[in-house]
Every structure is written in C-alpha cells, then in structure tokens.
Design a binder for this molecule. Sequence first.
Ligand SMILES: *Cc1c(COP(=O)(O)O)cnc(C)c1O
Length: 477
Amino acid sequence: MSSSAQTRSPPAAAQGPRRLPSVERLVGGAAPEALAAYGRTAITEAVRAVLAGIRAEGASVPDESALRAAVAERLVAERRPSLRPVFNLTGTVLHTNLGRALLPRSAVEAVAAVMGQASNLEFDLASGARGERDDHVESLICRLTGAEAAVVVNNNAAAVLLVLNALAMRKEVIVSRGELVEIGGSFRIPDVMVRAGCRLREVGTTNRTHLRDFAEAIGPRTGLVMKVHPSNYAIAGFTAAADPDALHGLCRERGVPLADDLGSGSLVDLAAYGLPPEPTVRAALARADVVTFSGDKLLGAVQCGIVAGRKALIARVRKNPLKRALRVDKMTYAALEAVLRLYLHPERLAEELPTLRLLTRDRAAIAARARNLAPAVADRLSGSATVSVADCISQIGSGALPVETLPSAALVLTPDAGTGDPRRGAGGRCKRLAERLRTLPVPVIGRISGDAILLDLRTLEDEAGFLDSLAALQPRG
Ligand SMILES: *Cc1c(COP(=O)(O)O)cnc(C)c1O
C-alpha cells in the first residue's frame, strides 16, 4: 500500500512518542491495487487488527510505512489457503495426516468436470427418472471384486458402522479376541459396536481362536460374525485363527452372515508387483458375505468406504437410514469412478495409479534420483545443512501391512553447527530446520532421524517443484 500525504497528519516531529494513525487514514491511503485485490472491508479489518495488536502489546508505535507493511503482510497471510499441497517425503506412502492416496490426473479432471456444473448424480439419463448415486460405481466395483452389489459411504469407519447397524442392531456380533483392534486413534472395534447398537460377543483368546469357539457362540441372538483385519499390528508366535473357509461354511450352515472388515482391501494381487501380499477384496468375498474397505488406502482413490457383497445384505445396508447420513458427495463418485476405470487396464495400472506407482518404485531407481538431486539440494541449503544420500526404509502406511517395509533412499540433511538454538544442540538444529522447511511455499515434510532430517524420495515426483520450493528457504536461522 502506498502512503499518501494528508494535510491533517501532524508533522513527524520529535515531540514525545509517536501516536497511532487513525483507521481511516491507513485505509484511505491504501493503494488502488490493494483495494481491488482485497476490498475495503478486508483492508479495514486488517488495519484494525494491526492497530489493536500494537495497542495490546503496549509497544512503541512503528512509523507509518512499517504499519502499512504489517497490514499488507496480514492480508497476504489471510489469503493463503489453510489446506494446501505439501511434499510428503516422510517415507510413509499412504500418510493419513498428509492426505493419504494421491489421485491420478484422470480422477482430478473427473472431479473438476462435475464440480462447477450440474450432473446426473441421481438422475437416470436413459429414462429421465430418479437415479441412485451408487449406480455410477456399483457395476465397476462388482466387476472388479466379484461382489453382487455395493454401496459407498464416507469412509471405511462409516462402512463398518453401517454394516453393524444394518445387519445386527440389538443382536450379538461375534468377534475373535485377537481382532478387537484400535485403528488410528479413535476407531476401536468394541466402541463402534456399541454405537451401532450391537452387543459384542468376544470369542477365543488374544493369540488363539478356533472354529469351535465360533461354533459354540453362534446362537439365536447372533446377528453377525465379523472378521477384522488387524491392520496396524501383528500377532506372532503361538497363534491360531479359525480357517476362513471353514468359518464361512459354519456361518452359512447356521444362517448367520459373515462380514470381513478388510481395512485396506486391495483390488489387485500386490505380490504380483513384488510387494508384500495383502488379501484382495475378491479373495475375501469368496469367504465372507459382506466386506468393507477404504477408498483411499491401497485402492488409491478418494476418502470413502465401500461395502460390497451379497445382494440381499447390501439391500438392507442401502435401506438403512444411516446410509443417508453417511453418503458421499458427487466429487467422491467422480474420483472413485475414474480410479476404478484404471483397474480395467491392469497392464498400465502400476504407471497410472499413483499409489501403486510409488509403492513399486525400486530402491536403486530412487537412490539414483537421490544422487542426481543431491547437488542442487545442497546448493539451496548451503549455509543451513549439508546433504548426503543414504538408504532408508519406506512404509506403506494407513495401517496397511504394518510389519512390511520397502527399501528406499533418502536425502540426509544434517544442519550446520551454528544454526538453530545453540542451547538445544543437534536436536534443536534439526527441529529448527524442519520448521523452516514447513514454512516453504510448498512445505517439505520429512522425518527426523538422529541428528539429521531424512527426505525419503520414494514419494517425490515433481522434482522441479521441489527445487523451486527449496529455493525460497530464508537465510539460515
Ligand atoms: C483403516 C481401517 C479402518 C478405517 O478406515 P477409514 O477409511 O480410515 O475410515 C477400519 N478398519 C480397518 C481394519 C482399517 O484398517
């Protein structure tokens, strides 16, 4: 904002402390470009906030150009979106705090296409009658998994809640004690059962559950038998679980549906891509009546939860009033449909689907990229940190395959002595550098390991953008 000379302002004389200019004076002096960009209302609010801050601090009053600069800075900061892109170089491919799966371009375009325009979300273009929103993806899900029917809800936690409520309200749900897990903070199977209006009936022990444990527990009050993928932990040693086929047979014999919460639920055999094996949805459906899985874990699409399985059971799930409360937006269907279509072309899946592309990158290729990038990164960090290359371990993340890790390579940033808070030593220097990396135009998020920050390059695709962002690193501090 430019300052304007105004006659009623007192001369900048050295008589006593400077007084704060009026709001009108600062707003009136705003540059026309600033007025056009931000508008008078926002500028007035920013001026008021800056003046109020100075009054509250009781600090000495800065001169008018400093005040105008503070207002301009505030306006720029206010305009910066809260939710924005970052570089996830943590080594966790599906990082829940960093947005999980990345959408392929085709999905981004599909979302953009339906966002600003009307769409046939619940409208059957052939008949002109009302349609079902799940119709846009149901047949694709069935084709890719062998399910008879499917519904989509807000996330997999919602899918589990809905299945429990629709199939077993006021009834018992039988679960092995080894599968009563907590997943990612607040999703605990026993708590979800209560909220769904079901009674949990635990069978077996933490490490061993047998078919006969289920056989003895199934009775007239049973609504559902449920299996839960342990996701983020593993039981090793003296363990046993009921044979899945035998358990399915038992449930069928007793007329009780069997649900399997897969959590991640891959649509393809990961072992065929050289990755650790994970049950596919199709395989799980051969041994269960209903399965639930996430849209933004290994599937690689958008946040949603999918319930797939037998037609009659899915019909009950769809009719449940909670389905309306847990339903998803048109943008979710657009993204999910586009991603599911990629699975129809499996020959290209590992290239086209970002999650699979990142998971299947091999260590040698990542290490070669790290060596190529290191000099340019060192240049941008000069005076702040030294840069080297080292092997590291990536994780799939989001609870998928917790004990399996992927060999990878990282840039190792070792902060220079003399940066950061000298009282806090190497740890303090690392924390300070990590903070500075978070303030970049596109923040760079790595992980601290010992006295260095590791930037795992498995998940780096936009190298030019990464170097651009690093170039904005402020001088060391
Ligand atoms: C991740 C997970 C969930 C929750 O899925 P969200 O999509 O995060 O809601 C539920 N069950 C299992 C077994 C999981 O791994």
